[in-house]
Unconditional design. Structure first.
Length: 293
């Protein structure tokens, strides 16, 4: 009997050891629950979760807020329990205690990834706008900070009056790496194509401690400003690491490798300050986008 129990205990120990080896080292939280009708958080969040889990680096939880207009006083995600928070949220202002906990989380070293229209959230929340660096819509204009564009090989801050946030029709576009030595972009080709997507432009905000990693040119004839717009950038806030990834309007665009790889690498860097992921063999070229099924 002792022998049988001993073998059972050994088997359990082996299983636990295997689980410990296989368990992803980092914890990620996706926040959703509200967005404008054209931004389908119910179907984009599962794809974001899938991409994070595919790295084998993250276990992923989802915190879904009450619906717009409902009582959200009990919406209090435990941000501090996670290495990185990904926002797929644009809606009602969070409760004051939740706002405070989020700012403390980032300030104390938490990672934060702003996905697509989350840059339009909370125009009235000063600290959030400092954390995301650049935002759009929600009445944002010159009062909220400058436009940030890439001109003549450098970042240019444009303080001229005008709207914050806009885009033309869905269109394919090329991303151009502007900071090749950052862990997120290191090893990626200088130029690579993305599928038809919303190309965000006219983003403006405090733009403090902001590093533009990649831009895309938004031609006037396709509804843009005729500027090289930042579509992938980092922001330093306190001890925290923030990345904004402007791509990915619907679930379909989230399967473009030009979205998947920068998003996965952004999450790892925000969580840890480094990137261990190799550049995959299906990464797009300067003239051809690639898509995973």
């Amino acid at each position: 009997m002792f022998h049988k129990h001993g073998m059972m205990a050994l088997g359990i120990s082996i299983l636990l050891a295997a689980w410990a080896v296989a368990a992803p080292p980092h914890k990620a939280l996706i926040v959703d629950g509200q967005n404008v009708p054209s931004h389908d958080w119910k179907n984009t969040t599962p794809v974001l979760k899938k991409h994070l889990e595919a790295t084998k680096l993250f276990t992923v939880d989802v915190a879904t807020s009450p619906a717009k207009g409902e009582d959200n006083s009990g919406f209090k995600p435990n941000f501090a329990a996670y290495d990185v928070v990904v926002s797929n949220y644009q809606g009602d202002l969070w409760p004051e205690a939740t706002q405070k906990a989020f700012v403390e989380y980032v300030n104390n070293g938490g990672g934060f990834v702003v996905y697509h229209f989350a840059c339009a959230a909370f125009p009235q929340w000063k600290e959030y706008n400092e954390i995301i660096g650049l935002g759009g819509w929600g009445g944002r204009n010159e009062k909220d900070g400058p436009y940030v564009r890439w001109k003549d090989g450098q970042i240019v801050r444009d303080t001229s009056p005008g709207k914050g946030g806009g885009h033309g029709p869905m269109q394919p576009f090329q991303l151009v790496i502007r900071e090749p030595n950052h862990p997120i972009t290191q090893g990626l080709p200088e130029k690579f194509m993305h599928v038809d997507d919303e190309l965000y432009g006219w983003l403006r905000g405090p733009a403090k401690n902001l590093t533009v990693l990649a831009t895309a040119f938004a031609p006037k004839e396709l509804g843009g400003a005729g500027e090289h717009e930042p579509v992938l950038f980092t922001v330093g806030y306190g001890q925290g690491r923030v990345v904004q990834v402007a791509l990915g309007h619907t679930p379909k665009e989230l399967y473009s490798v030009a979205f998947i790889v920068p998003f996965q690498r952004a999450a790892e860097w925000a969580a840890t300050g480094k990137v261990t992921q190799a550049v995959p063999s299906d990464f797009p070229t300067a003239d051809k986008a690639t898509v995973r099924q």
